[in-house]
Write a protein that binds this ligand. Sequence first.
Ligand SMILES: [Zn+2]
Length: 347
Amino acid sequence: MSKSPYQTMSSSEPAPLSTDLMLPIPIHERFLVINPQTSSPFFSGLIPPEIRDAIFDYALTEYTRTDAESIYPVDTAYTRPGYTGKRSISISFLLTCRRIYKETYHLPATHKEHVFWHGRSPTVLVGDENERYYFRRFTEWQMKSIKEIHLFTQLFWLENSFPRLCAQECLQGMERMTITIRRGDWWWNESNTPLGIIPQRRHSDNAQMMKDWKDEKEGKQIPWDSKAWGSAFARLGSLKELVMELETSDDKKDELMAIVEKAKTWRFPYKNGTVLSAEGLREEVSTWQGPMCNWSGHCPYCGLRGKCKVVSPPNKGCEERTRLKAENKGPICYVVRLRWRVVKGGQ
Ligand SMILES: [Zn+2]
């Protein structure tokens, strides 16, 4: 039987003096007498450790708050599945006893999804790049527990500001990054412009993307511009996995799927002869009913602003759009989730 890492606290032993607590040493690094809590089913052997860990994880899972002030309005660019209101993690579990604290102190920082909205965000941000401000509030040991970051980015932000962000110190421990490009995040989505995204270039548009695809088909290689967003992952010190979620509305599904097929071949340059590759990783597709703000100003089926063109027989797309708008509903949105992992460059 291995020796317990915890000192037994008998009733005759007083708790350490509060002066200890005044020291600027994290609680988990302090020498504290800890009751092993062997009468608790968590620690008596009754509940197996892996089940106990799962319960602790669950108790410290982030949840969406349901009070009126925390719920996001429905018709916004940021309200979407999984993001319907402000979130919290209840940390009262950490106050149960010292043993629980010692085992779970790091979980809130790990379990919280560290989300940043670059454009169309639910909160007023301090500048466009608020990651540095946000992570400044974490302690050094908390930062060591944070391995993931999720960015919602408009394409213009991805192209202009993302490379600068990747060089920031606070991102150097991130092992997993998720980037979501929503229905309204593509260039000129308001006027229903065809989708375009080119990771090798500083700026994307559909015409250039089509030209590049044609050139690639003919065997030409599109060089990676060192200042393009697709080159910026190499600035992240610890990245192991990249996830990209690409979203558009029903009428642009075919455009999106063509981009997805191309995206599966993107090999983002990384460090020391490695690249980020999607090879062997399957994409996941999901759908949801978007809000009204996801309709572009121009009808995607007849091209008119305002009321649709009257034609005989009626345009089915226009009819469906008119019906959904009358019900205060937006278009069906498609989200494709793609993954890339670090592999050797030659693979
Ligand atoms: Zn129409």
